[in-house]
Design a protein around this ligand. Structure first.
Ligand code: ATP
Length: 135
């Protein structure tokens, strides 16, 4: 069994898609190990997205992710990391994500692509420590 860090980003929360995302996670057969609605501060956001520091969209990304409440979730199960990324679909909701995925069904713009999921075992461990240090 594996753990991954999922975020329903502020656009997903404001559009009322939290239940939709959780429902897809559960129907896939994955389990919720931790879940919290919270508004994140700038330092935590920058830590989470550290790999993108210096990129053209970094400041917009941090501003967006701190701009409203999000839902942070630890998802657990067999191959949870790639299983959730399959549910999410590609980063660009139109050009990459296919219909049937969260981004493919509900997204239009790269910046507002609704969810985050860790992309490797190393990222998952690093991100879970940031969001749920007690786990
Ligand atoms: P995430 O890490 O959120 O699951 P991802 O792994 O699919 O997304 P990354 O390349 O790691 O995509 O980018 C992280 C996030 O930064 C994206 O989900 C998106 O919200 C934002 N982002 C990426 N590229 C751009 C861009 N060109 N313009 C604006 N925002 C972007």
């Amino acid at each position: 069994s594996e753990r991954t860090l999922v975020l329903v980003k502020p656009d997903g929360v404001s559009r009322g898609l939290v239940g939709e995302v959780i429902s897809r996670i559960e129907r896939k057969g994955l389990r919720l190990a931790a879940l919290e609605l919270r508004t994140v501060d700038e330092a935590t956001a920058k830590q989470h997205y550290a790999e993108h520091d210096g990129k053209s969209f970094f400041n917009d990304l941090v501003e967006f992710i701190t701009g409203g409440p999000l839902v942070a979730i630890v998802v657990e199960g067999t191959r949870a990391i790639s299983a959730f990324r399959q549910l999410a679909g590609g980063t660009d909701p139109v050009e990459k994500a296919t219909p049937g995925t969260i981004r493919g069904d509900f997204g239009l713009e790269v910046q507002f692509n609704l969810v985050h999921g860790s992309d490797s075992v190393e990222s998952a461990e690093r991100e879970i420590k940031i969001w749920f240090p007690a786990l």
